[in-house]
Design a protein around this ligand. Structure first.
Ligand SMILES: [Zn+2]
Length: 107
């Protein structure tokens, strides 16, 4: 089971969370001026990366907060978690970034 460290509730099983989507997608900078192709890309086009990937999950059966998760898509290992605005690849960590999330062994 994937274990995700919610910034507010602590380490929980992934069945308490809902996957929201790719955290790296950015809305067009100027929505009113964006072309249909830019909106199509934002809404429908997703990469299928192999390895570390930043995702947004929601703790739907807990505090309902949104959580940014850095997960290895190949092994499902959760490498880090944080607040939605955190950039987990840049080393910026939210209060919930822990080593327990790496192993999934802690309760
Ligand atoms: Zn929570």
């Amino acid at each position: 089971m994937i274990r995700i460290n919610c910034p507010y509730c602590g380490l929980r099983g992934h069945d308490e969370f809902s996957y929201i989507g790719d955290a790296t997608k950015q809305r067009p900078a100027s929505p009113a001026d964006a072309t249909a192709a830019e909106w199509h890309d934002f809404v429908y086009i997703r990469d299928n990366p192999r390895g570390p990937h930043q995702e947004i999950w929601q703790h739907i059966q807990g505090c309902r907060a949104f959580v940014r998760v850095l997960r290895n898509t190949l092994t499902h290992e959760v490498l880090a978690t944080g607040l939605p605005q955190d950039d987990l690849l840049a080393g910026a960590s939210g209060p919930a970034k822990t080593e327990e999330a790496k192993t999934g062994e802690a309760s």
